[in-house]
Design a protein around this ligand. Structure first.
Ligand code: ADP
Ligand code: MG
Length: 436
């Protein structure tokens, strides 16, 4: 047990932590904070919900001097995550006089320029909009001493890497840089050597992709039976639920059907306007909505403590994503549950994910006495019209077994360097840009 005080944090920060009800530092914080404070680069891997945000935010707050320009930059893959990191950082910064700006696509430039004009010391950004600001000179990285890539494996993945390179080229070489994620594939670790100097690695549970504290189960059913089962499961839940779908269309449809069934559900997917995305997240965070139906835009980093159940309405198209998705429950040591619906056409892909799961995995077909009847010729593809299209049938099969998401598409922040400009709402998410 380590108290924050023992990590040498200053009084203003300790007071804010106290206000937050943080009593002891979590292991990743105990590990990383002293190293970051000694200005050594860090790679921090620890399971979802283990407090990685505070690990980097507190370290930078300790060293930043107010009114001396932008000294810290945090880069995250999605707008919602950037906003969340800002919010948490602001809470810790409450008594320090340190200000934070959030910079992301889909929001008018004006608001962001105003915030920057007032003077900030920390910028939390998604890459695309950050590059816009860098190009117009509204953000200067000259004084930056701390750079963090949150969800680092995504940030160093193909779709983002050019943008990250562009940004880092504009930052001083003398800087403390850290990478954080729940998953850190070896190829990303290898790649990180190009960006970090002699990093101290904390791989706290590198072999444990089990989803600690999460009761996991799966059910193999026909695609058209999914909705009925979904309703049965969510009726029994007292807390909040996140439902992950494979495409924007399915996300919209599932949300629509839930509304018809009188559930308080909100949706978030990349084709929605930024305003509606924010409305959905706000309703879900405040508990006004019990159910969030989402594409993988919400699979990384989003922290809503009341989430009791994650339902994978469709299996994710990448095994790491499974662990990020289910990690939206069981936050900060709480208990949680995850149920994965596997359509007949996805059994093969599910088996690949299943192999990675090291803990008990409940077979709901056995438990509920539901027989699996996969007709042989249908093993490959079963398009379903009813809930808006196919599940995985058109994904490239190679995308998971091969490189770490290498075949994936862009997000609003990806592909900027490939001249895909414009803050179209449809683009801020992982991979499969046209589908999610
Ligand atoms: P991660 O990035 O590792 O998935 P987060 O940084 O989002 O996790 O933290 C998960 C939750 O735990 C958040 O709600 C955060 O406020 C809370 N938390 C972080 N550190 C502590 C702590 N030391 N004590 C209590 N709660 C904490
Ligand atoms: Mg996080």
């Amino acid at each position: 047990m380590t108290e924050f005080k023992e990590l040498g944090l200053k009084e203003e920060i300790l007071k804010a932590l106290d206000d937050q009800g943080f009593k002891e530092a979590f292991p990743i914080q105990v590990a990383c904070i002293p190293v970051l404070l000694s200005n050594r680069d860090v790679i921090g891997q620890a399971h979802t919900g283990s407090g990685k945000t505070a690990a980097f935010a507190l370290s930078m707050l300790q060293q930043i001097v107010p009114k001396k320009g932008i000294q810290a930059l945090v880069i995250a893959p999605t707008r919602e995550l950037a906003m969340q990191i800002s919010e948490e950082t602001k809470k810790f910064a409450k008594y320090t006089g340190i200000k934070t700006a959030t910079v992301y696509g889909g929001q008018g430039m004006g608001i962001q320029l105003d915030a920057l004009d007032r003077g900030v010391e920390i910028v939390v950004a998604t890459p695309g909009r950050l590059i816009d600001h860098l190009k117009r000179g509204s953000i200067e990285l000259r004084n930056v001493e701390h750079i963090v890539l949150d969800e680092a494996d995504t940030m160093l993945d193909m779709g983002f890497i050019d943008d990250i390179q562009f940004i880092l080229d504009l930052a001083p070489e003398e800087r403390t840089m850290s990478l954080f994620s729940a998953t850190m594939p070896t190829e990303i670790l290898r790649l990180s050597e190009e960006y970090l100097t002699n990093p101290k690695q904390f791989l706290l549970d590198a072999d444990d992709l089990s989803g600690e504290g999460i009761d996991q189960a799966y059910l193999v059913i026909k695609d058209r039976d999914k909705f009925g089962h979904l309703v049965d499961f969510i009726k029994k839940v007292k807390g909040q639920v996140i439902i992950f779908c494979s495409t924007k269309y399915r996300t919209r449809d599932v949300a629509k059907y839930l509304h018809q069934e009188k559930f308080d559900a909100v949706a978030i997917e990349g084709d929605m306007s930024q305003h509606r995305r924010e409305q959905s997240m706000a309703k879900f965070r405040s508990g006004k909505a019990d159910i969030l139906v989402a594409t993988d835009v919400a699979s990384r980093g989003i922290d809503v403590p009341r989430v009791e159940l994650v339902i994978n309405y469709d299996i994710p198209n990448q095994d790491m994503v499974y662990f990020h998705r289910i990690g939206r429950t069981a936050r900060a040591g709480a208990k949680g549950r995850a149920i994965t619906f596997v359509s007949y056409s996805s059994v093969g892909d599910w088996n690949l994910i299943k192999r990675q799961i090291k803990t008990d995995l409940k077979d709901l077909n056995k438990e509920m006495g539901i027989e699996i009847k996969i007709p042989d010729p249908l093993k490959r593809q079963i398009p379903s019209r009813r809930y808006g299209g196919t599940e995985r049938s058109s994904y490239s099969r190679g995308s998971r077994s091969g490189g770490y998401g290498r075949s994936r598409g862009g997000s609003d922040d990806r592909g900027r360097s490939k001249k895909r400009y414009g803050d179209r709402g449809g683009s801020n998410q992982y991979g499969g840009r046209s589908r999610w």
